[in-house]
Design a protein around this ligand. Structure first.
Ligand code: BEZ
Ligand code: FE
Length: 296
């Protein structure tokens, strides 16, 4: 232990105090945290009032959390840390579909639905068909000499906001229960399709300390329009991701930095009456083709 505190030796003294931590990973994580926090304080030289403000901000962040609201995750989201940790843990491999954040709205179980079912129970949005295949990366299209192999019976858990930018759980009593949600099982050929409406961009919650932070930094709170997916299959790595609507407002400035180019899909307006009839629709609709490629 150090007996004389100095700005120069403080970090080393604290890190030395962790030497007997039995768990080596815990020691590594805490040492790294101390090293970088001390470097931050030395570099920015916060005043006592600023440090007290920071402590109060974190206290308010904790106080905003309850069973339905996780303000600390939201803080991690708007600082880009959620996406960084997500991406470090799911680095891109070949043609495998990239991951992105889970977000706070996967809070209720998605009801099991049949392929082709609609997940929209309101009917005010622009109709849309999402179709594609779940393939294994082991033989993904584009890899030399290897065709993509279907993953029969893969599960797709889907959830999205409505055309006004609200999830069902944000509007209890206004939206039907489980509106915008469904759990689908791909066919033996890995194919899936379902009907929905084109989602809207929407703001993340701003009525807490994270909203104050966005305000103070003149940042907007919006996420571009997207549909969430968790795609899973035995012997494959579960994929948590979104499909983003190409051209959506805020696609270049997602409040939580979750956009990856490979996840942006064209929602193509389709005026083909035969195709519409085949999908149980009776007018123009938007069509999205998107294959999910899983790592085994
Ligand atoms: C979402 O996409 O549902 C979301 C993700 C991060 C923060 C807020 C919302
Ligand atoms: Fe979302």
């Amino acid at each position: 232990m150090a007996t004389d505190f100095t700005e120069e030796t403080a970090a080393a003294a604290v890190i030395a105090s962790l030497a007997d931590t039995p768990d080596p990973r815990l020691r590594e994580l805490l040492s790294g945290l101390v090293k970088h926090l001390h470097a931050f304080a030395r570099e920015t030289e916060p005043t006592i009032a600023e440090w007290e403000y920071a402590i109060d901000f974190l206290t308010r962040t904790g106080q905003k959390c309850d069973d339905e609201r996780q303000e600390f995750i939201l803080l991690s989201d708007v600082l880009g840390i959620s996406m960084l940790v997500e991406t470090i843990n799911n680095r891109k491999h070949g043609k495998a579909t990239e991951s992105t954040v889970l977000g706070p709205f996967h809070v209720v179980e998605s009801p099991r639905r049949e392929l082709g079912d609609s997940i929209d129970f309101v009917g005010t949005g622009q109709p849309c068909v999402v179709r594609g295949r779940v393939l294994t990366a082991a033989g993904a299209p584009g890899l030399p000499g290897l065709p993509g192999l279907p993953v029969p019976g893969a599960e797709l858990d889907v959830w999205q906001a409505n055309d006004q930018g609200f999830y069902d759980v944000q509007q209890p009593g206004m939206q039907p229960r489980a509106n915008g949600r469904g759990l689908f099982t791909a066919g033996a050929d890995g194919a899936f399709w379902f009907r929905t409406i084109v989602p809207s961009y929407y703001p993340i919650p701003t009525d807490g300390p994270v909203g104050d932070l966005l305000n103070a930094t003149k940042r907007h709170p919006y996420r571009p329009a997207h549909i969430h997916f968790i795609v899973s299959a035995p012997s494959h790595r579960t994929l948590t991701t979104h499909i983003f609507v190409a051209g959506s407002q805020y696609i270049e400035s997602d409040a939580v930095f979750a956009v990856k180019k490979s996840l942006i899909a064209d929602f193509t307006l389709t005026d083909d009456a035969d195709l519409a009839a085949r999908y149980g629709l009776n007018g123009p609709f938007f069509l999205i083709d998107f294959d999910f490629i899983l790592l085994s």
